[in-house]
Every structure is written in C-alpha cells, then in structure tokens.
Design a protein. Structure first.
Length: 94
C-alpha cells in the first residue's frame, strides 16, 4: 500500500477514475473536525467514513482533524491536522 503523509496546505492531482461522475476516492476514516468542500456549492460538509470524493472537491482538516483517503484499492493518503487536500482532476491512468 502506498501511503503519503500531508501537512500544511497541499494540492494533489488524482488520476484514478474514468468518468467525472465516478468517485476519485473515498474516505476510509475521519477523526475530529474534517470537511469536504464541493466546488458547485462552496459549502463545507462534514467528512465521514465512506464519503465519496470527486474531482474538484477539497478535503479540509482542523487542528483536531485527521482523514484517510483511499484511491482505488492500493493507495491511501493521510491528511494530517490543519491541512487541505484538493482533488484537481480525475481521469484514466495511462
């Protein structure tokens, strides 16, 4: 399993799905205050286990927050406290 630790503000381009309507990833775990901000509304929604993440979404954690994001079946990203992860795009991996 590939695991990347993120702290501070980060931007990461995901290339894991084949359709814009298909999720780029899912939340495996969320602790503390974690949010998903959708580009369409700009609203922050609480991040919970199994939340689907799509291109354009932003994952935000507060000082007490931490989230694990699964990309496909063999890659995980850990979003540390006080961090931000933007899913830039989704597409078929070549």
């Amino acid at each position: 399993m590939i695991q990347t630790l993120l702290s501070g503000v980060a931007s990461f381009a995901l290339i894991v799905s084949t359709s814009a309507a298909e999720p780029s990833g899912r939340v495996a775990a969320a602790q503390g205050k974690c949010w998903r901000v959708t580009p369409a509304t700009g609203r922050a929604e609480p991040l919970t286990k199994n939340t689907a993440l799509f291109a354009g979404d932003i994952v935000r954690t507060e000082a007490d927050g931490r989230a694990e994001i699964m990309l496909g079946t063999d890659a995980a990203l850990i979003v540390k406290p006080s961090s931000e992860l933007k899913i830039d795009r989704a597409g078929k991996k070549n």
